[in-house]
Design a binder for this molecule. Structure first.
Ligand code: UGA
Length: 472
């Protein structure tokens, strides 16, 4: 089928590429001209595993092209709207980009179009879209509107798109649901060439769930908010563990074994970030409020998350005594591993807090440094974890990149000023770290001290890098 995707962000680009991968003819538009030019020239505006190859193959096969919104609208029988819905200062989702696309569709399109909202939107946006398209159409457009919320995660977006647990369709007409079923048929049947796995047969078929449009819209916000609630819940359990001397990893494991609870999203840490959970929880609170429903449970979820960074800084203060003048090696800037996205990343508020207390921050992230530079211009960007750790008074882990599991602790021990690791993601093996003379602090688990004999031995071999000088 000829399909259009409006917006080449994380969701739009993955959607366009994967729809082409399963055999459709896709036109993807992007309003940011610099980004569009990059895509047209075979470049990638984001880092996302597998995506570049999928796009390359689809373009070579002639099934994916990039261009303007107007051209995209003229192209497809079905138009997926994947534009951003950032938060307004009051927490509402800003729908102005969606409205702009709807207006262009109404003015430019003729004949029949299925308009699909894939951007995360407040409930009843579909109804607004329908009304808007009818009122503003000038070219004899007939349309249907459907909601098709996206559940893909950054870092695993291609895999999530092609092997979803469920495909949710909110449609108020059988024709819209049928068209979407036809679009997703290769995924429903799991019949396509998979760019991620060599053998996908073992993966289970996704459930194709059709609901009314309002319910589909709510499914998206309710799902993200529920997952955020799980994270805030386990983060509070972690706080309690620290106070009573328990280990949150063991508590989470014990809880997660109950299938009614499930093990996923019970990893405590420095808090959830990214462009989805923080804004979606906020938007869901606002939607409830505006509908006369007091969803204060979610306000607490948000509040707990907002406190995570401050609690983390407090841990550092406790260890360092005075933060001013200390060198902090910050490992990880992205809001999660396998992405270069730093939007609403805990690293941003953490760094700002450390800088405001007079610390010097030397950061390393395998992918996110370019994107972090505009938000955090006043820190030193390093080319590897060792360089970041030179003369550090503490190594602070914010993102659980796999690379950090494989570092050479002996080498690190020889370059740091003070052997302290504060792990905001509980990603390291405490025994391994302390064996190399480091003091190890994590989240919701007892602190681990180094073996004193080993530390003394290692201290003897310490090389003093040139950059070691006080920064008061
Ligand atoms: C999230 C949802 O998981 C997707 O289903 C959804 O489609 C997407 O938002 C969206 O609305 O577009 P994403 O933001 O890419 O996906 O990342 P997640 O893997 O959900 O992680 C979000 C944040 O929660 C990260 O900062 C992560 O570090 C944190 N997290 C996650 C925890 O702190 N603990 C956990 O146990 C899990």
């Amino acid at each position: 089928m000829k399909l259009s995707v409006i917006g080449a962000g994380y969701v739009g680009l993955t959607t366009a590429a994967c729809l082409a991968q399963i055999g459709h003819d896709v036109f993807c538009s992007e309003s940011d001209l610099e980004k569009l030019e990059k895509l047209q020239n075979g470049g990638m505006p984001i880092f996302e595993p597998y995506l570049e190859n999928v796009i390359k193959a689809a373009r070579q096969a002639g099934r994916l092209r990039f261009g303007s919104t107007e051209d995209a609208i003229a192209w497809g029988n079905a138009i997926f709207i994947c534009v951003g819905t950032p938060p307004l200062p009051n927490g509402d989702a800003d729908l102005h980009a969606i409205e702009g696309v709807a207006r262009t569709i109404a003015k430019r399109a003729s004949g029949h179009r299925l308009v699909i909202e894939k951007s995360t939107v407040p409930v009843q946006t579909g109804a607004q879209l329908r009304k808007h398209l009818s009122v503003h159409q000038t070219n004899g457009l007939t349309h249907e509107v459907a909601s098709n919320p996206e559940f893909l995660r950054e870092g695993t977006s291609v895999e999530d798109f092609l092997h979803p647990d469920r495909i949710v369709i909110g449609a108020d007409s059988p024709r819209a649901a049928e068209m979407l079923r036809e679009i997703y048929e290769p995924i429903i049947q799991q019949e396509f060439t998979c760019p991620v796995h060599s053998n996908c047969r073992k993966l289970k078929d996704p459930i194709f769930l059709v609901t009314d449009t309002n319910s589909a819209e709510l499914i998206k916000h309710a799902s993200n908010s529920f997952l955020a609630m799980k994270i805030s819940f386990i983060n509070m359990v972690a706080n309690l563990c620290e106070l009573v001397g328990a280990d949150v990893t063991e508590v989470a494991q014990g809880m997660g074994l109950d299938p009614r609870i499930g093990a996923a999203f019970l990893s405590p840490g420095i808090g959830f970030g990214g462009f989805c959970f923080p804004k979606d929880v906020q938007a869901f609170i606002r939607i409830a409020e505006k509908s006369g429903c007091d969803f204060s449970l979610l306000k607490e979820v948000e509040k707990i998350n907002q406190n995570r960074v401050e609690l983390f800084v407090e841990k550092l203060r406790k260890e360092l005594w005075v933060v001013r003048g200390k060198k902090i090696a910050l490992w990880g800037l992205a809001f999660k591993p396998n992405t270069d996205d730093v939007r609403f990343a805990p690293s941003i508020s953490l760094v700002k807090s450390l800088l405001s207390e007079g610390a010097e921050v030397r950061a390393y992230d395998p992918e996110a440094m370019e994107k972090a530079k505009s938000a955090l211009p006043d820190i030193t960007y390093c080319s590897n974890p060792y360089e970041a750790a030179e003369c550090a008074d503490a190594i602070v882990i914010v993102t659980e990149w796999n690379e950090f599991r494989q570092v050479d602790w002996d080498r690190l021990r020889s370059v740091v000023e003070h052997p302290l690791v504060v792990d905001g993601r509980n990603m390291l093996d405490a025994t391994e770290v302390t064996r190399h003379g480091f003091h190890y602090i994590s989240v919701g688990r007892p602190p681990m001290t180094p073996n004193p004999a080993l530390s003394a031995a290692n201290d003897g071999h310490r090389q003093i890098p040139e950059i070691c000088h006080p920064v008061f």
